[in-house]
Design a protein around this ligand. Structure first.
Ligand code: GLP
Length: 247
């Protein structure tokens, strides 16, 4: 695991954007794993800008998102499908048929889980996976206590995640937050050829410290990235503040 600390999230984001731009330039038909949340929004803006300037094209790029809430319509203001359209897909030259987000409304969830994994495999596997981290160490929606080997699956959200994400729902109402999500598993994430994890701010300090310096444990699912052969962690100074060793 390579860890880089930047003065601000702007610089860390710029470094992540460089990695994505280089990946698309090197392999125009690459497969990207994408993430939602507030953390990657500025990165998506940089990718949109690079596309507008003609530095990259998404015409042959395929994307797979990490996760989706169960039960939300794709057009719900908080669905991750809608988030991706608003933050990236609608502003670049990507073919929406190449944009995959787990279907949280699938009638047969088990079938959806298998099809999602099969689609990733059929695309040739993920070249570059973007990750954020939850305040409790979750990646995608793999919550503390999750199985560290599994593929795409249904996950019950923890109370902390429901509370953390309620701010984005109408009136910040926790009752509006779905209780379950479909998420790539930790196993799926570990199969990506390269991972880039972004974490910014005080609320991520404990999770970041556990991920980098703690033991590999279900209590902090992101810690399993220590086992991944090519993961780059990009932090702002605040998120890195609890790290004991300077990296
Ligand atoms: C969400 C997503 C994660 C994301 C995390 C952090 O619940 N499922 O993929 O990394 O929480 O979100 P934020 O970037 O808003 O802090």
């Amino acid at each position: 695991m390579k860890v880089c600390i930047f003065k601000s999230s702007v610089e860390a984001t710029h470094e992540a954007a460089k990695l994505f731009i280089e990946q698309i330039q090197r392999k125009p038909d690459c497969v990207l794993g994408l993430a939602t949340g507030s953390t990657p929004i500025k990165l998506y803006k940089e990718l949109i800008q690079a596309c507008k300037e003609g530095k990259i094209s998404f015409k042959r790029v395929k994307t797979f998102n990490l996760d989706e809430y169960v039960g939300l319509d794709r057009l719900h203001t908080q669905s991750y499908y809608r988030f991706m359209c608003e933050q990236l897909f609608d502003h670049v030259d990507i073919d929406k048929r190449n944009c995959h987000v787990p279907n949280g409304q699938a009638k047969d969830i088990e079938k959806e889980e298998q099809q999602y994994e099969a689609a990733i495999e059929a695309a040739g596997g993920i070249d570059l996976q973007l990750l954020g981290i939850g305040g409790n160490g979750h990646i995608g929606f793999n919550e503390p206590g999750c199985n560290l080997d599994c593929g795409t699956h249904l996950e019950a959200l923890t109370q902390q995640t429901i509370q953390d994400n309620a701010r984005l729902f109408f009136n910040g109402d926790e009752a509006q937050v779905p209780r379950q999500a479909l998420t790539m598993g930790v196993g799926t994430i570990l199969r990506a050829r390269q991972c880039v994890l972004l974490a910014f701010g005080k609320s991520k300090q404990a999770a970041v410290q556990g991920m980098i310096e703690g033991p590999i444990t279900k209590a902090n699912p992101a810690s399993v990235l220590q086992r991944h052969p090519d993961t780059i962690v990009l932090l702002d100074a605040l998120a890195a503040e609890k790290l004991k060793k300077s990296v």
